[in-house]
Design a binder for this molecule. Structure first.
Ligand code: ZN
Ligand code: CU
Length: 489
């Protein structure tokens, strides 16, 4: 007989289970951090009951693209993610990871974007994951190792390709990270520390991924004029290693490329017939990255998010700063470096087309630093659910939820997460489909979203009544590859 008393009971809600199946009314019981029952549980009782009448009960959202590597330790409550309904973050994107590093090394941009203190650096990937296990954050973490980080820790100078000895050294570090539980490796060949890495260097460094079917994830060399070539390079790396690839924050940037998603998406679809490919996307027409002074990045409106030499410029337009200083935008950008900025470089139609593409996962790409971050840090998931699904009607709510739960868990091999089923980990969000909305704006980017009732991480109520409960129930998640028939191997 199934027990009728539980740790937690979510009563009377409408379940969207993360598989894209139509919603249904059901109660959900939780015991020992797992979902113990789903159905009509009238007559059951629990230590804690959450009334969810008129609310959607869904799997906790998985942020497929984050730079939370350090934040999960230094800002362990993770309010910017928990408040949106996020229960798991995938860290280590764009070539940048918190490990392995040496305490004595200088971190070139963009490695310093993730706010890595010189004290308490992790020289091995295992040490990083162990720190997360001993000081859990409020969310689960699945972590990747970054290729730019490996280059920085291995190579004396980054403005050239790696030698065979350096490649071997990086391979050993990848092996260590995989052994410790990294779910994949990311590259950021768009960024200075990895611009000079050749396709061949990347393939060789990534060899240890193959045996484990770990992911190759990439902020590609080019997301503008050469985006098609960059896609082909990515696919080639995936094929030669025979591993799944993730195209990070897919976009087509700069006005001359507006509309090109009509070419990139069919190209991706075609390649998917031959190999495993997925992509993520954030729901905004502005990107955010390290302050760049190259003209290609400056043909759009630029908002300064954070500047080390000029913190007073955070939140201001580059044009206004340049005018005030009597210099052009390139010179102003140079003076503001290092720091991060927001670039309004995409077209709304492309963003919608990419979001609506069947295999696109939602990922925030938020940078958890500074006073004026891109609003995606606090608003991504409610923006997809409220603005794009409900208000714009881009796809049904069941599809929106799937793009941030079941699809993501399947692509990243996150076992027993991302869908609501008895036996699965109890990562759950309760929200109001009528009122959910992102409140964070470019002007006021740190505003928590509206319409999130409760967030549960591994059975622990972590956010309720608009406030953090202080729970730190997050776990380190390792990868369990999915076999062809869709089952966890
Ligand atoms: Zn990136
Ligand atoms: Cu990123």
């Amino acid at each position: 007989m199934t027990p009728t008393h539980h740790d937690l009971l979510i009563r009377g809600g409408t379940v969207i289970d993360g598989t894209r199946a139509p919603r249904f009314d059901a109660d959900i019981a939780i015991q020992g951090g797992r979902i113990s029952a789903i159905g009509n549980l009238a007559g059951h009782s629990a230590d804690t009951v959450i009334e969810a009448k008129g609310r959607i009960v869904a799997p906790g959202f998985i942020d497929s693209h984050t730079h939370d590597d350090q934040a999960v330790l230094s800002q362990a409550a993770m309010p910017f993610k928990v408040s949106q309904g996020v229960t798991t973050v995938v860290a280590g994107n764009c070539g940048i990871s918190a490990a392995p590093l040496r305490p004595d090394m200088e971190l070139p941009m963009p490695l310093s974007l993730i706010d890595t203190p010189a004290e308490g650096r992790f020289t091995t990937f295992r040490a990083y994951l162990d720190a997360l296990r001993t000081q859990p954050s409020s969310v689960n973490v699945a972590a990747m190792v970054g290729h730019s980080t490996l280059r920085a820790v291995t190579m004396g100078s980054l403005d050239r390709e790696a030698t065979p000895e350096e490649i071997a050294a990086m391979q050993a570090l990848v092996e260590e990270a995989m052994e410790a539980g990294a779910i994949g490796l990311s590259t950021g060949t768009f960024y200075p520390p990895a611009v000079k890495a050749t396709t061949e260097e990347i393939i060789e460094v990534c060899r240890p991924l193959s045996a484990r079917q770990a992911l190759y994830v990439t902020h590609m060399r080019d997301e503008a004029d050469q985006v098609m070539q960059a896609l082909d390079e990515t696919f080639r790396i995936g094929r030669e290693l025979d591993v799944p690839v993730v195209v990070s924050h897919h976009k087509v940037q700069s006005p001359q490329n507006f509309g090109k998603s009509q070419v990139t998406l069919p190209h991706i679809r075609e390649a998917m017939k031959k190999q495993r490919i997925c992509l993520d996307c954030y729901p905004y027409t502005a990107g955010s990255t390290m302050i760049r002074a190259d003209r290609g990045m400056l043909d759009c409106r630029v908002l300064i998010a954070d500047s080390q030499p000029h913190p007073e410029c955070a939140g201001r337009d580059l044009d206004d700063i340049a005018r005030e200083w009597g210099v052009d935008r390139v010179e102003a950008s140079r003076r503001l470096q290092p720091g991060s900025a927001i670039y309004f470089m995409m077209d709304e139609n492309d963003v919608q087309r990419i979001l609506a593409f069947e295999d696109t996962m939602i990922g925030s790409d938020g940078i958890p630093a500074g006073e004026k971050p891109h609003p995606r840090l606090w608003g991504t998931f409610p923006r997809v659910l409220g603005h794009y699904s409900r208000d714009v009607g881009l796809f049904p709510l069941e599809t929106a939820v799937w793009k941030m739960t079941g699809l993501t868990a399947r692509n990243f091999g996150l076992h027993q997460r991302g869908t609501l089923q008895p036996g699965h980990h109890a990562d759950i969000v309760v929200f109001d489909a009528q009122t959910i909305r992102d409140a964070a704006s470019y002007e006021d980017p740190k505003k928590p979203a509206e319409g999130i009732d409760a967030v549960i991480v591994n059975g622990a109520v972590t956010w309720q009544h608009g406030a953090h409960t202080g729970a730190r129930g997050g776990q380190v998640i390792t990868r369990q590859p999915i076999s062809q028939d869709g089952q966890n191997a």
